[in-house]
Design a binder for this molecule. Structure first.
Ligand code: ZN
Length: 399
């Protein structure tokens, strides 16, 4: 997953905690229809329940009751928009409308905006489907409807799907399977459950398959062909843009999930996936060289303060000088540019140190013990003997 989306997500998250859900309906929509009222209430109740469960922590709420059983079976966490990742229900909603598609099928289309900056921003826009059943209305992902059109290719436990206009390379897919099997067996994972692997020509196509017409970080950069990938661990589903059949990164996320036996992400995971796999299609060595230069050009970074990000100063240099904390743009930023997410490569460097010191057993041990945020320093000290006070000099030297 890419950090810009995460950053936006964190921003929204901070705001959302204090917000009450708001929903507006477009003027032209016929709100007098009985069916409209029923479906609209059903959809708003679902989102209100998401808010109560995920933000207010009400554990008695069951949001799965809104979903068709087949969706729960297919994805476990059935809301793929929520998994994309987006926390849309925190944002004010502008309902574009609800359209009938056949006797029992309806399509809801909404956009979500944020007014945290001066200008209102549309953050995400998507469609989701509702089916009228004997048990009442039930939600369906747009993806479930769209994916039936894809080509299929089965390579052992890797089930690959791609649309007509994707150029698929069979040799690369076979090489990927071999690499994945080799790593899995080194981790003692010999019986891998099937993984669904979806490939798309562009990021926009990927989002469209999920029903997303306005994506959080789509159409924001003109200088690169977007490379994207993400994994839904619960449903063992991977999404990739063009050339995804060469890339091991997201498969490793799922192997880590299998190794831990639970879904508990840590930032170290990104390092492991970028070290044994790749990061934005390039190997660790390529990014390690860039990290070395990046740290030299940003001498104010102190990795003993954070391994994850720093403040941006007036010259767009990264710094841990606390004076920038007071700046309006002084919230912690990820170490990131167009080619490298440096946080990923700092973690990959820690993975490299572990691998050279204790081989795969030590890497495995650290994957299992890895913690989110500052607690990771203790895991590093315990396993690698590098103290928090020494890590800045150590990593700069090591590179
Ligand atoms: Zn990743």
């Amino acid at each position: 997953m890419k950090s810009k989306a995460l950053l936006i997500l964190l921003l929204i998250c901070n705001l959302g905690l204090f917000a009450q859900r708001k929903s507006y309906i477009r003027n032209d929509v016929d709100t007098s229809s009985v069916v409209f009222k029923e479906i609209y209430h059903f959809w708003e109740n679902y989102q209100n329940d998401l808010f109560k469960k995920l933000i207010l922590g009400d554990t008695t709420i069951n949001t799965n009751k809104y979903w068709a059983d087949s969706e729960i079976q297919a994805y476990k966490s059935p809301d793929l928009i929520l998994n994309s990742p987006s926390i849309y229900y925190l944002l004010p909603e502008y309902l574009i409308g609800i359209e009938k598609r056949n006797d029992t099928l309806y399509e809801i289309n909404s956009v979500y905006f944020s007014n945290y900056s001066k200008n209102p921003e549309i953050v995400i826009g998507f469609s989701i489907f509702v089916v009228q059943t004997l048990q009442g209305y039930k939600l369906y992902n747009a993806f479930t409807i769209n994916k039936s059109e894809f080509h299929q290719k089965k390579l052992k436990w890797l089930q690959i799907y791609y649309p007509d206009h994707y150029s698929f390379n069979n040799d690369n897919a076979n090489k990927l399977l071999d690499r994945a099997q080799k790593l899995a067996s080194e981790w003692g994972l010999n019986d891998i459950s099937p993984i669904q692997y979806y490939l798309f020509p562009t990021y926009t196509d990927m989002l469209a398959s999920l029903g997303i017409s306005i994506g959080m970080d789509d159409f924001v950069s003109i200088n690169e062909v977007r490379k994207r990938g993400f994994a839904l661990n619960d449903s063992r589903t991977i999404f990739y843009t063009q050339n995804g059949e060469e890339l091991l990164h997201e498969i490793i996320h799922i192997l880590i999930y299998d190794l831990r036996g639970k879904n508990q992400n840590s930032q170290f995971d990104e390092g492991v996936c970028s070290y044994f796999g790749e990061h934005l299609e390039k190997p660790y060595k390529f990014h390690a060289e860039r990290l070395k230069n990046f740290l030299q050009k940003n001498p104010q970074i102190d990795l003993g303060i954070s391994l994850i990000g720093a403040y941006l100063d007036d010259h767009q240099q990264y710094s841990h000088d606390p004076k920038w904390k007071e700046n309006s743009s002084g919230e912690i930023s990820w170490f990131v540019d167009d080619t490298t997410n440096y946080m990923y490569i700092i973690m990959a460097t820690i993975c490299d140190i572990a691998y050279k010191k204790g081989g795969m057993p030590l890497v495995k041990k650290m994957i299992i013990e890895a913690q989110y945020g500052d607690q990771m320093y203790d895991v590093i000290e315990k396993n690698l003997g590098i103290k928090r006070s020494e890590i800045n000099a150590y990593l700069r030297n090591y590179l």
